[in-house]
Design a protein. Sequence first.
Length: 94
Amino acid sequence: MPKKKKPRKPLPAPKGPPKAIKDYARNYKCSHCNSRVNGVTRDPSGIYHMNVGHDDTCPVLRGALTDVPDAIRAALAAGRLPTVLEDRISGGEE
Ligand SMILES: [Zn+2]
């Protein structure tokens, strides 16, 4: 008779984003509209999302241009590349 596996306990929810995520978010700046990260959230599957309030006319917000150079600059400044998704929202800094 196979041994029953003990159900795994769910991992405790972290109190905040890990340092790598915070460092990345602090160093991210849109090179087109100069918007910065408004906040970082964690979805139920554990993926972090960076909320960037791009200007309404920002080509990154519209998807016309990529933000990969900005992401690389943020990662280099933070010293590592965390796995983070950007949620593009309008209404950033003036
Ligand atoms: Zn932008």
